[in-house]
Design a protein. Sequence first.
Length: 261
Amino acid sequence: MRAINLVGQVFGRLTVLERAESTDRAPRPLWRCRCTCGEEAFVLGESLRSGSTRSCGCLRAEQARQLRPPSPSLVGQVFGRLVVLERAESTDRARRPSWRCRCACGKETIVLAHSLRSGSTQSCGCLRAEIARSSIAVASRQRRPPRVPRSLVGQVFERLTVVARAKDRAGRASWRCRCACGRETVVDGRSLRGGRTRSCGCLRAERVRAAVLARRQPGPGPAATAVPSAILVSPPQPLRSPSRPDCDGSSDRAARPGYRR
């Protein structure tokens, strides 16, 4: 069935401009309309002809405001830091009553009547900023004060005597110390109290030199064993092998009984 052309017709506050593309699965004629308030809306043709849709929605809002009891005037009243000056044009879609107010700091702002009466808005925003700054200041005062290291001046740690406080290194308290050898060095307090640093480095060097000298010095040899006099007097006897010939060319086999050459 061919749809009826509604272009140019007026339905309540709506004037039909043109046919629009339908988005339904069962395509029904959809029309783009302009309301008398200036807004545009897409409305079904059957809704226009039946009269169920007569505006973009502004007519229903106006009827709701008419049924709503009138908002009492707040001009001259004070809410926190805000003084109400006059009624202002509503800025939200619900057209709720709004009021133009002047803050104690001198700025002007538009606030909903509900926000004024409930106390949720008491300034143009300066009060919240001041509360935030004061909270930060209180938190900073309540912070734990920095720990002051215990003075070690004059104390002696092995060969090191603490002379004065030095510039901190890696966030640790450091101290300028004079060694027994006459040199000066900077050591952190934890190393001094823990005994990890006991000199400017000369103590370690002395230990290394002592170890090297101990290795170079020869140690005592093994004790001489006493040898019996009988062994020293008797001449040594040469060992002879049975197969080894004597100096004269003969062999031990010749001395054996029954040996024949």
